[in-house]
Design a protein. Structure first.
Length: 727
DNA sequence: ATGATGATATTTTTT
DNA sequence: ATATCATCAT
């Protein structure tokens, strides 16, 4: 057996993990230390060297992208396709189990998956239906509560209300929500995991089957597992299963959605014989960047402890720029991006990272003005678009009439004379008789409802029944096409003003293509339409499937995790923004923000800029902030401060006399002359109108003037950007 | 059923 | 500043 291709490209630590004997292994893999490489080489090692059948391997990831990448890399290592190797997301694998054992899991065969948006709508409707004072309840919080309980593996009957009325009510909501889901055969994301766990818990025979089959479990991003995911893994591993988990406690940034780093410590308790391997050699960044990252993360108290190092070069210093305001910050970034391009680098190799999405706007405006192509990550994905979800809801209703979530979505979309009143009547009937909207509609249409409403409801029901009959023997794509055409959605969107409707119709056509390209997994014995609907829910598609152009990359630090760029700008580094205001108050929150900062820094390969604005317009208000405490945590000797401001405009100290003030005034006048304006000069601004120059500071591209506008008050403007007309 | 008006809140995101 | 949402008027 030639093990060279598997072991040769590895360093000692990586090799120790990959070639570990049959024992549980926990790999603490620092950023850029070759985590995916270890995972894929371990799989190859097991198959090729240990003779483990691919069928006995289960590899779990968090995202579809990671799953696809892992499969691709294992196949290229082994130089053969590994179809029987189960690689997937926790949710995807749980879904697979539930489809195979739908009866044991007490689900209808055609159960459907609802996404968080469907879930939220369901909860909003539930509140209406229960005639609850909805000013007291925020649907999002109820959703959060339900998911948090499910993530912990808890059913309503397991939860203690602790004598708290609010909590008691929340538990009641969970209960009612669950009843609606059960009735409609609906399964939300958290439910997939919980059900799969309960399936194994309640059916030892089923569990045993999988325990026997999967002798080796590989887990990616282990620090991101929530309680139910870890419980699921532990159950599957049983006494003899071998868990190989890879993660980084310092990159745990998803506590707010249930992830528990503590599982890394729990692992060592649950598997005391486990081998722990730390990967600390970094193959991504310059030494300076790594030193900075190490220094920042060292301020966290709860960590396993790890120090990244490289045998590469020191590289450039980390450049910190303090901007006057967010526009000046954006201008500075534009300048650096221009330099970057001018030095012959690809724009796509530069990324601008920010803490929250709202920050992208100013950057986008500046990039647009500067004619620099850019791409914003995140945003609406294909299967999440309204029109797509509308079409899918029709399909869901065709597949299962009791799907209330789908029913409510499309019953009056396009408008067909079934208004709020009529729907309310149906809801009331449904609630009173504990039945679905569809059955309620049937019952109500024949007696309770008035003529017009009744006719509309009957027409809707006939439409769905008709669709169901018509498409029975059609191919999947033709089914989708037919349902879209009969639904009336096309005409409905045609009436929409602007180009929006046009785009929506194009998207619906795209949905038909997606259906045409959909291939049902050969060893999955399930209805093709149901499989397609599940696929739509579990893989919402690309956020921005733009053609690959050479674009600057804009994204949040969260979405940057797992990526790397030769040049990185971390912007908006102000206390209150990053670390975020809502995380400032508790230690856990602050430490998570710091880990996020660590993630941001370690995205950079060669060049790292850190910027902040002293003044920022946020929520329509100007606010002043201190630079982020994380900036102060960067070692001084690694940092180069970029300070364009000149000292003349610094506030004068109390003890300074008139003479100094006069000098200062002269200096300002001189500075004004230098940048081509005169104090007291009248100017005109495109937006603020006419005004008078009161003051100025800085020079070159950073020169600013203070202008007193007749109608807009006093403002500081960056001269090179403000486009002032001198009068 | 649709549109205008005013109140409200505004991290992070995958499945 | 702005997006979302409920409420009220047309």
């Amino acid at each position: 057996m030639d093990v060279t291709p598997i072991l040769d490209p590895l360093n000692d630590a990586q090799r120790e993990a990959v070639a570990a004997p049959a024992e549980p292994v926990l790999v603490i893999a620092g950023a850029g230390s070759g985590k995916t490489r270890v995972l894929t080489h371990r799989a190859a090692w097991l198959i090729e060297v240990e003779g483990v059948s691919p069928q006995s391997l289960l590899a779990v990831t968090f995202t579809n992208k990671a799953a696809a990448e892992m499969r691709g890399r294992i196949e290229s290592l082994l130089k053969m396709p590994v179809n029987h190797l189960w690689i997937g997301t926790f949710h995807g694998l749980a879904h697979r189990l539930l489809r195979r054992h739908w009866q044991d899991a007490k689900l209808p065969q055609n159960f459907q998956i609802i996404d968080s948006d469907d879930q939220l709508r369901l909860i909003k409707r539930l509140l209406k239906n229960l005639e609850i004072d909805d000013s007291r309840w925020v649907p999002r919080e109820i959703q959060y509560f339900i998911n948090a309980q499910k993530d912990e593996g808890l059913r309503p009957q397991h939860i203690d209300d602790e004598g708290d009325e609010t909590r008691r009510q929340l538990i009641a909501f969970y209960q009612s929500y669950q009843e609606i889901c059960e009735r409609g055969g609906l399964v939300d994301f958290a439910e997939l995991l919980l059900r799969a766990h309960e399936l194994w818990r309640d059916r030892p025979d089923v569990l045993q089957h999988y325990q026997r089959r999967f002798s080796h479990l590989l887990v990616d991003e282990f620090q991101d597992t929530n309680a139910i995911q870890y419980a699921w893994l532990r159950m599957l591993a049983g006494k003899t299963g071998l868990l190989f988990a890879v993660g980084d406690d310092d990159q745990s940034i998803y506590r707010w959605r249930g992830a528990r780093v503590e599982h890394i410590y729990q692992f060592q308790k649950d598997f005391p014989q486990a081998r722990i391997v730390k990967l600390e050699q970094n193959y991504r960044s310059t030494s300076n960047i790594l030193k900075a990252a190490n220094a920042v993360i060292a301020n966290n108290s709860s960590r396993m402890g790890k120090n990244l190092w490289t045998d590469g070069i020191d590289g450039e210093a980390i450049k910190v720029y303090s901007a006057f305001n967010e526009r000046d910050e954006a201008d500075f970034i534009i300048g650096r991006l221009r330099d970057w391009s001018a030095q012959g680098n690809a724009r796509a190799d530069a990324a601008v990272l920010y803490r929250s999405n709202a920050q992208s706007r100013v950057l986008e405006e500046a990039l647009m003005n500067a004619r620099i192509p850019y791409r914003v990550y995140g945003g609406l994905r294909f299967f999440e678009r309204q029109e797509i979800k509308d079409a899918l809801a029709y399909l869901r209703l065709v597949s299962n009439r009791d799907d209330d979530s789908a029913f409510e979505r499309v019953v009056n979309r396009p408008t067909r004379g079934i208004g709020a009143r009529t729907v309310e009547t149906m809801r009331a009937y449904g609630r009173a008789n504990a039945t679905s909207m569809w059955r309620a509609a049937a019952a109500v249409a024949s007696d309770t409802l008035a003529g017009r409403a009744s006719a509309s409801v009957l027409a809707f029901m006939q439409l769905i029944e008709g669709m169901s009959r018509d498409i029975k023997n059609l191919s999947l794509a033709d089914k989708v096409d037919h349902v879209i055409n009969l639904s009336g959605l096309i005409e409905f969107f045609k009436k929409e003003k602007g180009e929006k409707g046009e785009t929506r119709i194009e998207n619906l056509e795209e949905l038909v293509s997606a259906a045409r390209g959909f291939v049902l997994d050969a060893d999955e014995d399930m209805d093709e339409l149901d499989a397609f609907l599940a696929h739509a829910a579990l893989e919402a598609g690309e956020g921005q499937a733009d053609a690959w152009e050479d674009c600057v990359q804009l994204m949040t630090m969260h979405s940057a995790k797992g990526l790397e760029f030769p040049m990185v700008v971390m912007c908006g580094m102000e206390d209150g923004l990053f670390p975020h205001q809502r995380s400032l108050n508790d230690v856990h929150g602050l430490e998570e923000e710091r880990r996020l900062c660590y993630v941001g820094i370690t995205r950079a390969r060669e060049v790292l800029y850190v910027t902040y604005a002293e003044q920022r317009r946020l929520h329509g208000m100007d606010s002043y902030a201190q630079q982020s405490r994380f900036i102060a945590e960067l070692p001084e000797d690694l940092v180069e401060e970029i300070r364009p401001k000149i000292e003349t405009s610094r506030p004068l100290r109390q003890h300074q006399g008139n003479r100094r003030i006069a000098t200062s005034a002269n200096l300002r006048a001189g500075a004004a002359e230098e940048i081509g304006v005169r104090l007291g000069q009248r100017v005109r601004h495109g937006k603020f109108g006419d005004g008078v120059i009161l003051n100025c500071e800085g020079h070159g591209a950073h020169a600013r003037v203070e202008v007193n506008f007749e109608n807009a008050g006093t403002k500081w403007l960056v001269l090179s950007y403000a486009n002032l007309d001198l009068m």
